[in-house]
Write a new protein. Structure first.
Lengths: 372, 1183
């Protein structure tokens, strides 16, 4: 039938395309994947991502040419259920989890995904960050209830991995429209300072230095130190910090920083890391909005897939990833967002410009769910 | 009389006792306030807790039953016309009714009702009438789009199958409002039968629709029309009717096409008459928002992608808001292009003139040629226009998609009324205005650049005419377009470059493609730079001032002048400034940054800018490839320019924290102050001190002063007002507080939900309200109520050649992934009125979603263990599962199935109905398979079985499987035997017999045939449209080809012959016999045998003499017997006589005796009386 497929060049925004293809049912062809590269074709972590996608769907068709430079993906139906996946350690679990967060509410059966691999690395959002920001965001869209959880069973730092994360998500038929236009004021800051296979003192040093920066604004700061030992500590040493600022209206802004992976680049001091991470959080607060910058695309997707009603979300400046996501949404769902810049008034001291995104949902309904 | 009026007894008032006490109390006023309940508590006591609970439950039930799930009200401000489908069997009066209703509303007469007829019925309502033919395809399609169904029933005949079929279709696809109309009531001569029939029909109709459904009676015809008053009443009913949104309709966009134009290049048709056609279809959009480039399904043809969608000015608009109650003559519009009514219609590529209603011919064929003639006239102008239009486009080194609506509006505003006489004054004023009056002007430009775009001009020619408007629209576009406010110099430069280097960009036709391509490049480039800096700049700089704007537009206009002298540029600046002001709030920059050129396509000025920006970014060609393969990461690296060690940076976000400054309305300190002002006064009850708030005191003080100083009345009045306002404010706040305290507890979940929906609906309405339609369409899609034109390329040529306006064309929008095909699992039930059961693998025609298609269903039923077992036939009165290969449709949507859509049979045509349950790619239907084997060697409980498998490998696969004999002995397969092949050893729970049959019950997965054949009934020639036939069933094929099945002789029914059974004698051992009671001993039970020979007596053979003697004796005895019998009869008769006589005598004797006795008794009685009398006499004598 004439369900027009889409065609793209290059491997950038690989996950977006496959995820949106799966949700919209349009097949997608990605060409010239690193075709000029010395090592052409799909990387291992991308192959691993495709395998994960194959595990959560039923009846999808994936064709990759010999060199791996062309990928054809015909989506099947999202199946869900218990899924176990060994993520490639080239990318952290966050890379895979971001896609699963988008797909999980639209499965046939509620998803219970066990992902193994690198839980924390500097390049991707870590599982702690997603746990503390993405989940509350999804709750605002009506994805809530029993068994909506993300648990870090084992922590595995960057090069070696060995961590384990369990993500469970219930199934929804439709998504609620939201009006998130007022983030409210930040009432508390929480955080997790984690360390594995290093001195447990590292965590405390991080906390100390972080508080020194953030105490200028708020007294209600609590940073947990999470030191995992033995079996739960993965294969590589490392430490890091995730900070989350919660506002009065239940919006979450976050920042994070991890130590450089063992054997790559200069080692960082925990004090520096704490300070820098706190500054990152301030930067995030400066950007502001109801959704923090790493979850912008998730919010945009859930707005698009809502009922045929107007949804509004106030965001900080759009990240390049989100901009590309907006374009992809137009390709796959023919939905355009109304983008309005909100400038803070003169006497207000609330950071930079914000963007108010408005859209009318497509009225997406989960066709995978079984009716009894 | 006066004495008779008695004075009534006077009422004596009680002076003591409880009643008097109560009266006294009442007089005092004490007991007045006492509650009835308190005074008489027994009367209000709970008699029975159970009954109380019951009444409460019942009240709650009734209350809850009234609740519907609240839905967001998504009806647009200007709703599309209500679709009224007039349905009924043939010759029931459908066309007449439509004609009468149209005449009622618009005072116009319509001849043949072809296609939908749209009319304005009131100030807020338009109606679209469409007639439903008797074809089941049409009935199905129209049931899906109907808002109201007028169901015509011939009362003289009664209900017909079509009526019930249609009702059932409606039930499946969401029930629209249905109103019955009884016609042919004048055929009843007898008033009594009329009344009875009405009642009967009404009640049957009620059971089908709902109790109390409206049924109209059209009592008779007057000059071939229904009675005016009755039609008027019906019209009134229609006008005020309310509709509940149906799920399918409100979640999918759809268009009931009321106009169709073929846009195919005539040359292509000439060279290849069978070539695919490009067709534009027109109609009001209904249901949900329609997005550009979405997929649609046209029932009866197939799935298509929408080429382009535009909205046109409403051909049948609602009257402007006015105070008066009725519509005047000019506002009573009628629009029915398929029936040849609708006046002049403008379009992107054509002008269509239709004859006004008064002059409409009865036959459409006669109208058409005239229209074509006019069109051909217009065509001659069009070529010139085309060139001009193209030339103009090239002047702007930009490319723009021109919006036809703007074109039309523009043209209407500008045109004179040159061809006014052509049109009917009834039709609206705007329509009269025609395109051609500005030809001279356009000629001016056309000279400059027709050579450039000759190919384009050709294209334009093909697309008929109306290029003058095209051109003008562009003028307007430039005028109204957005003016980009930022990075002027840079863009300037780039623009020039573009103009010199890339003339191709000027091509307006290829604009879309180009811009799309470039867009990608640009996008890649942008993301490559990973430029939040740029982003930041853009977002910061977007609020540029109007001066900037002006300079920009000036420069641009200069540029334009370089390329050609343009007259219309006068006042461009001003227009541009206006446009900017209008669109300032939309801030196109960010939008442009994200969505690039395609969005801005309509605004040519922006286009230029955009193009510049585009060119600039695409310059680093290398970066594109690099960025296309960059790291896929959602991290947003922070802006390095911010130094968070600086105090000013820290200060810039202070207010984001609760410790920062609050807004006026939320600041705790201010709120507290306000509260004090309002609630500050209170009296300390313990101490008795009255506290007054400082504010109040101040106020009072002030007031005093004022009073003292100014005795002016005016001031006093003001003062009072202030006081009053204050009081009101206080009251309001108290009320608010009260509400928050008490109302929330009372509000139910349902109320909350309803309120939420209400809020959402308001937001939906308000969000895009003040936006221009062009931009609004991009965000929302085309909203329901718009009159749109949908262009579809590659429609089969039969659609055009076999076009028949009597058959409705529906464009049904498809949701995401509804365009795919897959496996569907559904619950199905054979319709109880369908007289046959359905067979698995017989093709069946489904109506599901928008679609009608033929597919091969497999029926199955779920066993207790969740296994889906294949069924050969549908069960009679039960639901079963069905699986098909068909279009993906959301779960929960209903469907109906037919065996054939061709022809009209007497029987009920709807074979089955049901609902989609699941869409699963993997199919789990299994079929039972019994493998049979025979034992060939039997040991104790072990035996060897052969004939079940063919090889050892097969056996190996089934090792451990449980098997069973027909007699019920269970066992297990153990191991394969080497010889014979396929034999195996098995153990059983008991010893088998050689005559036993062993079987293994297994389940074999069945695959669903991937057969999906859309019903293409609209492509058939007009006369055969209702005779579509698809794949035939096996039975039909055999019947048609005359093939007779050779059945398996074992399966045939034969007379049952039962061989006589012989049983062996029962042998009882001697010992047992001894123990038996005598009666049960076998000896006694045995029947008596023959007498032994020695006991048999020989038969006597007589001598002749003896024989004679015996014969004589025989004869003698016979005679004797005869005589004896004779005498006996005589004797018997005599005796009878004798008995009779004796009886008579006896009777006489009795009689005599009775009389004698009577005499005697009388005498005795007399004597007794005498005696008594004498004794009585004697007594007194003695005295």
């Amino acid at each position: 039938m004439t369900s027009g497929g889409l065609s793209y060049d290059g491997c950038n925004f690989f996950r977006q395309r496959l995820v949106l293809s799966t949700l919209s049912g349009k097949h997608v062809r990605i060409k010239n994947i690193r075709s000029k590269d010395d090592d052409p074709g799909l990387r291992d972590f991308e192959a691993s991502f495709i395998r994960l996608l194959d595990k959560v769907t039923n009846g999808s068709r994936i064709e990759i040419n010999q060199t791996g430079t062309v990928l054809f993906y015909q989506p099947g139906l999202l199946y869900g259920g218990p899924v176990e996946h060994d993520c490639n350690p080239q990318r952290s679990v966050g890379y895979y989890l971001e896609a699963l967060l988008m797909l999980a509410p639209f499965m046939k059966m509620s998803l219970k995904a066990t992902l193994r691999g690198v839980t924390n690395d500097p390049s991707d959002p870590t599982v702690d960050l997603l746990k503390s920001t993405a989940l509350p965001l999804m709750k605002k869209f009506g994805i809530d209830g029993e068994g909506f959880d993300l648990k870090v069973v084992k922590r595995g730092m960057a090069p070696g991995g060995g961590g384990e994360v369990v993500f469970t998500c219930p199934v929804r038929r439709t998504i609620k429209p939201v009006q998130l236009t007022d983030p409210g004021k930040i009432k508390r800051i929480r955080g997790v300072a984690y360390s594995v296979r290093v001195s447990p003192q590292m965590g405390n040093r991080i906390v100390e230095s972080t508080r020194s920066v953030l105490n200028q604004f708020l007294p209600d700061i609590y940073i947990y130190t999470d030191h995992m030992k033995g079996l739960n500590s993965g294969k590589s040493p490392g430490f890091g910090l995730t900070l989350v600022a919660e506002t009065l209206n239940g919006c979450f802004l976050s920042a994070e920083m991890s130590s450089t992976p063992q054997g790559q680049g200069d080692p960082v001091l925990p004090e520096d890391l704490g300070r820098n991470c706190a500054k990152l959080l301030l930067e995030e607060v400066y950007r502001g909005g109801c959704v923090d910058s790493s979850n912008q695309s998730l919010a945009v997707l859930l707005m698009t897939l809502g009922q045929q009603d107007v949804s509004k979300v106030l965001l900080g400046p759009l990240s390049p990833y989100t901009i590309e996501f907006l374009r992809h949404i137009r390709d796959f769902f023919q939905v355009m967002f109304k983008l309005e810049v909100q400038k803070p008034s003169e006497d207000e001291r609330k950071g930079g410009d914000k963007v108010l995104l408005t859209c009318v949902g497509v009225g997406y309904s989960n066709i995978n769910k079984t009716v009894k | 009389m006066d004495e008779k009026v008695r004075k009534q007894k006077k009422h004596q008032q009680k002076h003591s006792g409880p009643k008097a006490e109560r009266k006294k109390q009442k007089k005092l006023g004490a007991s007045e306030e006492e509650d009835e309940r308190k005074r008489n508590p027994k009367a209000f006591a709970v008699q029975s807790a159970v009954r109380m609970a019951k009444t409460f439950h019942r009240a709650q039930d009734i209350k809850t039953k009234k609740h519907h799930i609240p839905v967001v009200d998504r009806t647009p401000l200007e709703p599309p016309p209500v679709v009224i489908v007039v349905v009924g069997p043939p010759k029931v009066g459908k066309s007449t009714l439509i004609r009468c209703l149209i005449k009622n509303f618009t005072r116009q007469k319509l001849g043949d009702i072809c296609g939908p007829v749209t009319i304005v019925s009131g100030k807020k309502r338009r109606l679209t009438f469409i007639e439903c033919t008797n074809d089941i395809n049409t009935m199905i399609d129209l049931a899906k789009v109907a808002d109201l169904v007028l169901m015509l029933i011939d009362a003289s005949f009664g209900f017909e199958m079509e009526t019930f079929e249609f009702l059932n279709i409606c039930q499946v696809h969401g029930f629209p409002r249905i109103m019955g109309v009884l016609t042919h009531l004048d055929s009843f001569k007898n008033n009594n039968t009329l009344r009875k029939t009405k009642k009967k029909l009404k009640h049957r109709f009620w059971t089908e629709v709902y109790q109390g459904a409206k049924l109209f009676y059209l009592s008779g015809m007057v000059y071939g029309e229904y009675q005016t008053q009755e039609v008027k009443n019906l019209g009134r009913f229609i006008c005020v009717m309310k509709f509940r949104p149906l799920v399918w309709q409100s979640s999918h966009p759809y268009v009931l096409v009321d106009r169709m134009e073929d846009l195919t290049d005539p040359e292509n048709i000439r060279t290849n008459p069978k070539c695919d056609r490009t067709v534009s279809l027109y109609g009001y959009l209904r249901g949900a928002h329609l997005k550009n480039k979405s997929h649609i399904h046209i029932p009866g043809i197939g799935d298509f992608q929408v080429g382009s969608v535009n909205f046109l000015p409403d051909p049948c608009p609602l009257p402007d808001a006015q105070k008066k109650r009725a519509l005047n003559e000019k506002e009573r519009l009628l629009y029915a292009p398929m029936a040849g009514v609708g006046g002049l219609v403008y379009d992107k590529d054509a002008v269509y003139i239709d004859f006004p209603a008064n002059h409409v011919n009865q036959h459409q064929e006669e109208v058409r040629p005239t229209t074509e003639l006019v069109q051909s006239l217009i065509d001659t102008h069009a070529t010139l226009d085309a060139k001009m239009a193209v030339s103009k486009v090239s002047l702007f080194s930009s490319s723009a998609i021109l919006d036809p609506t703007d074109v039309n509006k523009q043209s209407r505003e500008q045109e004179g009324i040159k061809e006014k006489h052509v049109w009917d004054p009834n039709i609206k004023r705007e329509r009269r205005k025609v395109v051609f009056s500005k030809e001279d002007e356009e000629d001016d430009f056309s000279g400059s650049c027709d050579s450039e775009d000759s190919d384009q001009a050709d294209e334009e020619d093909e697309n008929d005419d109306d290029l003058g408007t095209y051109l003008r629209a562009e003028c307007k576009e430039t005028a109204t377009g957005d003016v980009p406010p930022k990075k002027i110099q840079k863009l300037e430069k780039v623009q020039r470059e573009v103009i010199t280097e890339e003339p191709a960009f000027a091509d307006s036709e290829d604009e879309l493609e180009n811009s799309e391509e470039d867009d990608e490049i640009w996008e890649a480039g942008y993301s490559g730079h990973s430029s939040e800096e740029e982003l930041e700049k853009e977002s910061v700089g977007e609020g540029s001032t109007a001066e900037k704007m002006k300079t920009q537009s000036e420069k641009e206009s200069e540029e334009k002048e370089e390329h050609g002298a343009l007259r219309w540029k006068d006042g461009l600046q001003q227009k541009a400034a206006e446009a900017f002001l209008r669109q300032q709030e939309t801030v196109p920059n960010l939008r442009k940054l994200v969505y690039g050129s395609v969005v801005e396509a309509e605004n040519s000025e922006e286009e230029e800018e955009e193009l510049g920006g585009l060119f600039k970014v695409s310059l680093p060609q290398k970066s594109k490839k690099v960025q296309a393969n960059a790291l896929d990461c959602s991290h947003f690296t922070p802006d390095t320019s911010h130094n968070w060690d600086l105090e000013e940076m820290l200060n810039s976000i202070r207010d984001c924290f609760v410790t920062g400054k609050w807004e006026k309305g939320q600041d705790a300190a201010i709120l507290l102050k306000q509260d004090e002002k309002l609630y500050g006064d209170f009296e300390d009850l313990e101490t008795g001190i009255v506290h007054t708030s400082q504010a109040a005191e101040q106020d009072e003080a002030e007031n005093d002063e004022e009073n003292n100083e100014l005795k002016d009345v005016q001031v006093k009045m003001d003062d009072e007002e202030v006081q009053k306002n204050k009081r009101l404010e206080k009251k309001r706040r108290l009320k608010e507080q009260f509400d928050t305290e008490y109302d929330d507890g009372d509000a139910t979940y349902f109320d909350d939900l309803k309120e939420e929906m209400q809020k959402q609906a308001e937001l939906n309405k308000a969000e895009f309200e003040d936006m221009h339609d062009d931009t609004r369409v991009q965000y929302e899609g085309f909203r329901p109520g718009m009159y749109i034109r949908v262009e579809i390329s590659s429609l089969p040529c039969e659609f055009v050649t076999n076009f028949d306006p009597h058959y409705p064309i529906i464009l049904g929008g498809l949701g995401s992934s509804e365009g795919n095909i897959g496996y569907l699992q559904m619950r199905l039930k054979k319709h109880r009125w369908y007289d046959r059961i359905l067979k698995t693998r017989d093709p069946l025609i489904f109506s599901l979603g928008w679609r009608r298609f033929q597919t091969i269903p497999l029926y199955h039923i779920e066993d207790h263990n969740g296994r889906h077992r294949l069924l050969k036939y549908t069960p009679q009165h039960m639901h079963c599962g069905a699986s098909i290969w068909g279009p993906i449709t959301p779960q929960g949507s209903g469907f109906l199935a037919l065996q054939s859509v061709g022809g009209t049979e007497a029987n009920f045509r709807i074979a089955a109905t049901g609902v989609i349950l699941d869409l699963d790619k993997s199919v789990t239907i299994v079929k039972k398979l019994k493998l049979i084997g025979y034992p060939y060697k039997i040991f104790k409980n072990t035996c060897f079985v052969k004939g079940m498998f063919n090889t050892m490998l097969e056996v190996a696969k089934f090792e451990g499987a449980s098997i069973r004999t027909v007699s019920g002995i269970r066992g297990q397969i153990k191991k394969a035997l080497s010889t014979p092949l396929g034999a195996y050893r098995a153990t059983f729970e008991d010893r088998l017999l050689m005559s036993d049959i062993v079987f293994l019950r297994s389940w074999y997965p069945v695959s669903i045939p991937q057969f999906y054949n859309p019903v293409t009934s609209l492509l058939l020639p007009p006369s055969q449209k209702d005779s579509w036939s698809g794949m035939r069933t096996l039975g039909q094929l055999k019947h048609d080809l005359g093939i007779h099945n050779n059945p398996n002789p074992d399966s045939l029914y034969k007379p049952i012959v039962r061989a006589k059974r012989h049983f062996n004698p029962l042998h009882i051992p001697k010992e047992l016999q001894k123990a038996l009671p005598f009666k049960s001993k076998p000896k006694q039970q045995q029947p008596k045998g023959k007498t032994p020979r020695d006991l048999q007596r020989p038969s006597v053979i007589r001598e002749p003499h003896e024989r004679k003697v015996a014969a004589l004796l025989q004869a003698l005895s016979t005679i004797h017997n005869y005589k004896k019998r004779k005498t006996h009869t005589v004797q018997h008769a005599k005796h009878k006589d004798y008995l009779q006589q004796k009886e008579k005598q006896e009777e006489a004797k009795q009689k005599r005796q009775r009389q004698a006795r009577k005499k005697l008794y009388r005498v005795m009685g007399q004597q007794d009386q005498k005696k008594l009398r004498s004794s009585l006499k004697g007594g007194p004598k003695d005295n």
